[in-house]
Structures are given as structure tokens and as C-alpha cells.
Design a protein around this ligand. Structure first.
Ligand SMILES: [Zn+2]
Length: 84
């Protein structure tokens, strides 16, 4: 499920067919952590084209969700992974 389509209740399967989702990373959202998203092809291209900040401004629901569900987007990460 594409995270953006999911929040917008879009039928991502209809839009994207069976193409696999692409993993995307947002670096500006959390201090010291990377937010991981699953994006359909369309949103993945849009993120690339707009950049992180403008993408989040366009998809406010995503920005709000990122803010409220930090665990969901940083699952499996811990800061200091690399022993720095
Ligand atoms: Zn999407």
C-alpha cells in the first residue's frame, strides 16, 4: 500500500497496476532519524520532482501522519545504528 494513496483513500492498484511500491526515505522529517515510506510509482516520481518539503506541503495528511505516527515510519531503526 502506498502511504500517500492510503491516506488519500486513493485506489493505488487501479492507478499503478501491479508495479511494485518503491521505498522512499525522508531526511528532513525527524531529527536524527530517517522516515521510510512506501510509495507508488506516481508518488515516488512526484517526491523526486518536488523535493521533500514541497511534497509534504502538498500532502498535508502525510505530514500530519508522519508527525503523529513516528514509530510507524521509523520501524526497525534505532539511532546510533552504526556505533558513531
Ligand atoms: Zn501513491
Amino acid at each position: 500500500m502506498c502511504d500517500v494513496c492510503n491516506l488519500d483513500n486513493e485506489n493505488w492498484k487501479f492507478k499503478c497496476g501491479d508495479r511494485p511500491l518503491e521505498g522512499a526515505k525522508l531526511y528532513c522529517v525527524y531529527v536524527g532519524k530517517v522516515a521510510k515510506l512506501n510509495l507508488c510509482r506516481i508518488h515516488s516520481i512526484e517526491l523526486f520532482a518536488l523535493g521533500e518539503i514541497r511534497f509534504l506541503r502538498k500532502y498535508m495528511k502525510l505530514a500530519v501522519d508522519l508527525n503523529g505516527n513516528k514509530k510507524k515510519y521509523t520501524f526497525g531503526q534505532s539511532s546510533g545504528d552504526f556505533g558513531f
